[in-house]
Ligand binder design. Structure first.
Ligand SMILES: [Zn+2]
Length: 230
């Protein structure tokens, strides 16, 4: 093994750094910060390139990639990034939300609670593990319940910030369900807090977004009561 040959050249590193500065968009937007050319490479090429670069990281860390247990890791990680963990970056993976006629005239609060999800903190690339609670007041149309889980999954499968994920889910629910009466609550453990820095394993983060009828205190109390119910 000649690690020097496989490491990035100084020019390549400089180029990468420059493109990072160019693409340093403000992160206050509700949209995930994506490059304009985000979807120009197909999945297979992305896997091939990530594999190559992940191998570099492992080599820099001093790992011996001739070892049986490590040799397949760059490919496994690359495939997992593109096909699983970050698949929600691709707009074509947005769940198709079919609506059904609200035949029962059910106009009360509907809650889908404890939707478990796994995401990745975009600042450290380590897991965020949590539960989402979604609620809405149906209009003339209702959505299949599993679609609510899929919407959470779509926004979880990308590098995330919990606050933004909360707002992204709320926005999509408003668009799909054609109502402002939407509530989103997310409680999650951030492994970057547990594994590094302050190494606090017991703290968790709660975020919420209440719109329409959920701005009313009584309505919110009812929602919290239902969510806390076993
Ligand atoms: Zn983090």
């Amino acid at each position: 093994m000649k690690p020097k040959e496989t490491l990035l050249s100084t020019t390549e590193i400089k180029k990468l750094a420059e493109s990072e500065i160019e693409n340093d968009h403000s992160s206050f937007s509700m949209d995930t910060a994506l490059r304009e050319d985000a979807f120009e490479l197909d999945d297979d090429l992305k896997i091939e390139l990530i594999e190559k670069h992940f191998k570099e990281i492992m080599l820099i860390l001093g790992l011996d990639l001739n070892d049986d247990s490590l040799s397949g890791t760059p490919h496994r990680v690359a495939k997992m990034y593109v096909k699983e963990m970050f698949k929600g970056l691709k707009p074509e993976n947005e769940p198709k939300s079919r609506l059904f006629e609200n035949k029962y005239e059910y106009k009360n609060m509907l809650i889908e609670k404890n939707i478990s999800f796994h995401s990745v903190c975009e600042h450290h690339f380590v897991p965020i593990i949590g539960n989402a609670h979604l609620a809405y007041f149906p209009n003339d149309q209702v959505i299949g319940l599993s679609k609510l889980n899929r919407i959470v999954g779509y926004f979880a499968q990308r590098p995330q910030v919990q606050e933004r994920m909360t707002m992204q889910i709320s926005k999509m629910l408003k668009e799909v369900l054609k109502t402002e009466d939407i509530a989103v609550i997310i409680e999650a453990d951030h492994l970057c807090v547990a594994m590094r820095g302050v190494q606090d394993e017991s703290s968790s983060t709660v975020t919420s977004d209440f719109s329409g009828k959920f701005k009313d205190a009584e309505c919110r109390e009812e929602l919290i009561k239902f969510i806390s119910m076993k």
